[in-house]
Design a protein around this ligand. Structure first.
Ligand SMILES: *Cc1c(COP(=O)(O)O)cnc(C)c1O
Length: 405
């Protein structure tokens, strides 16, 4: 009976760590004819975006808007601050640190990666030592990925600032908040971040295709000292909304702008602190369930210390090929799509089928997370994957706040 019945019709659930689920308000805001890009409503609306973006990033400084994905923001941040031959230090807790460093290398920068493995955050003492030994101040920037989406490690960006200051090092601090902005607490100015990059399609709940580079005056000085910056990536005109047409270096990404306006309205109506708390609660429910399942001996969370876990993505291990089996089963039978493992094993290896990830970023709430967890438990049962009991109970205890019930 079960084999012949598919239960995947109905609204599907994309629980991958980006792109994330888009609110109906965002989709509706984008469903319209193209506006006049030279004057009128679009121009006025666009001028409202930078102040609201700054509030999400907790900064008083500048924001440049790009028509690009996160990789574009990576390139923009580096291109506006560094020149060929400059050295960057890249502490790594996963694949995305390598991605950013490869971008730096392709731009002719001299990269030094400090690898802390796939299950540990930056060792800040070692980073501080490395900076202290750089007496000639050869290192011009430290690139820190806040949440590495591949491992779900969340790094201490404020601590990274401390490591730089400890040795009075002048290097710029650049943070990749593509997987954390609008999910995990991030305080650009209070944490002393000079440059921050993010994308539209994760915590900001807008389709992929728009990205943002936030920068302070120290970073702007680095830009001013460069002999040239490629015209398209130069952040100066893009951070100046008065020159709307120049701002986007061509036609504005009209529909993304409408979508972003709607998403920022949703974020501000909830309040950014509350947005962080919601993500934390939902993450705790997921971890509580995963802890129960892992008692069966098969499933394991990649990050053991809860204090080091992202609130937006959870990376999991399940012996190959069960992780892939589970993903396929859930998509086919329940309409639930989980994320693939990334950077944990080579994509053409058999171990690759031993990892998966849950995205819980942006437009997610309690009943969705209970649906996600209920779906996973169903798949574990259907595939006879050993798992401990009481996972859903444990999650409901977190979400209800009733730890005895
Ligand atoms: C998704 C992601 C990126 C890459 O963003 P794209 O939009 O896919 O280019 C970079 N860094 C982190 C931490 C990410 O999560």
């Amino acid at each position: 009976m079960r084999d012949s019945v598919k239960l995947s019709s109905g609204r599907s659930y994309l629980a991958i760590p980006g792109p994330s689920i888009m609110p109906d308000e965002v989709l509706q805001a984008m469903h319209r004819a193209s506006p006049n890009i030279y004057a009128g409503e679009l121009v006025d609306m666009t001028n409202t975006l930078p102040p609201d973006l700054r509030k999400v990033a907790r900064t008083e400084h500048h924001v440049a808007i790009y028509i690009a994905n996160g990789h574009g923001a990576w390139e923009a941040a580096l291109s506006n601050t560094l020149k060929e031959g400059d050295k960057v230090l890249v502490p790594a807790s996963g694949r995305f640190a390598y991605g950013w460093s490869e971008m730096a290398e392709a731009l002719g920068l001299n990269i030094e990666v400090m690898d802390f493995g796939l299950q540990a955050p930056f060792d800040l003492a070692r980073v501080a030592d490395r900076l202290a030994s750089d007496r000639g101040h050869e290192i011009k920037a430290v690139l820190g990925v806040h949440t590495d989406t591949s491992t779900s490690i969340r790094n201490d960006i404020s601590g990274l600032r401390g490591a730089i200051d400890h040795s009075n090092h002048p290097a710029l601090l650049m943070a990749d908040c593509i997987a954390s902005l609008g999910c995990d607490r991030f305080e650009m100015d209070a944490w002393g971040v000079d440059v921050m990059v993010t994308g539209s399609q994760k915590g900001l709940m807008v389709p992929a295709g728009m990205s943002f580079v936030f920068f302070n005056d120290k970073a702007a000085e680095a830009r001013a000292a460069l002999p040239r910056v490629s015209r398209y990536w130069d952040w100066t005109p893009r951070a100046n909304p008065e020159y709307f047409y120049q701002f986007f270096g061509g036609t504005a990404p009209t529909h993304h702008l409408y979508g972003l306006r709607a998403a920022l309205d949703i974020l501000h109506a909830e309040g950014i602190e509350q947005v962080w708390t919601r993500h934390e609660m939902l993450a705790r429910a997921i971890w509580a369930a995963c802890e129960c399942w892992s008692e069966g001996g098969a499933l394991a969370m990649n990050v053991t210390d809860p204090a080091l876990r992202s609130h937006a993505v959870t990376a999991l291990r399940l012996p190959s090929p069960r992780a892939t089996d589970l993903r396929m089963w859930l998509e086919e039978n329940l309409g639930l799509t989980l994320g693939i493992g990334l950077g944990m094993a080579p994509p053409d290896s058999s171990e690759w089928h031993g990892f998966f990830r849950l995205g819980h970023m942006g437009h997610v709430n309690g009943h969705m997370i209970m649906g996600l967890l209920g779906g996973i438990e169903t798949g574990l049962k259907a595939l006879d994957i050993p798992h401990g009991t009481g996972a859903l109970d444990a999650a409901t205890r977190v979400l209800s706040g009733n730890h005895s019930g």
